[in-house]
Design a protein around this ligand. Structure first.
Ligand SMILES: [Zn+2]
Length: 164
């Protein structure tokens, strides 16, 4: 029998090998973050959730490494999601009102979509599993291209570099 978990929160053991991976597999796993496609029944293809490895709720609870890496992560995901989906804009949403473990969701909004802003975010979402999987693979491929273009977090001084 496994030892009792330190925390009963369902987002604290997302990476447990006994739990199923998100559709298409994890897009990114590093020391601070897990990134995966949302459930196709309720999420558009390319709608991804960033979940912190460590248990905390608010942005204010991040340490400097988490805060720095979150900014870089959103930047590379913005590039990758736009490249993979052709979206005009990637919306970022993080309320943590229902599940109190830090997470944020990114939603690519196509230029041709009739809705904007919170109306776009409030509209019902779904996707076909195969579309979601295809998008996950495309995003992962794009991340492998763009991630090495970033300096280490301690070298960031304010201006983010463009892709080289
Ligand atoms: Zn947790």
């Amino acid at each position: 029998m496994a030892e009792p978990r330190h925390c009963p929160c369902p987002y604290c053991d997302l990476d447990d090998p006994t739990r199923p991976e998100p559709v298409g597999g994890w897009i990114l796993r590093d020391e601070h973050w897990l990134v995966g496609q949302g459930d196709p029944d309720t999420t558009m293809a390319g709608g991804v959730r960033i979940t912190s490895r460590r248990h905390y709720v608010d942005f204010a609870d991040m340490d400097i490494e988490e805060a720095t890496s979150f900014g870089l992560l959103v930047t590379v995901l913005d590039r990758a999601l736009r490249a993979a989906t052709g979206a005009e804009r990637v919306h970022v949403l993080s309320t943590r009102d229902r599940l109190q473990h830090f997470h944020a969701r990114l939603y690519p909004r196509p230029a041709t979509h009739p809705l904007r802003g919170t109306e776009f975010l409030n509209a019902p979402q779904h996707s076909l599993t195969e579309d979601a999987e295809r998008t996950v693979h495309a995003v992962r491929d794009r991340l492998q291209v763009s991630t090495p273009a970033f300096p280490e977090p301690d070298a960031v001084s304010g201006d983010l570099p463009g892709r080289r």
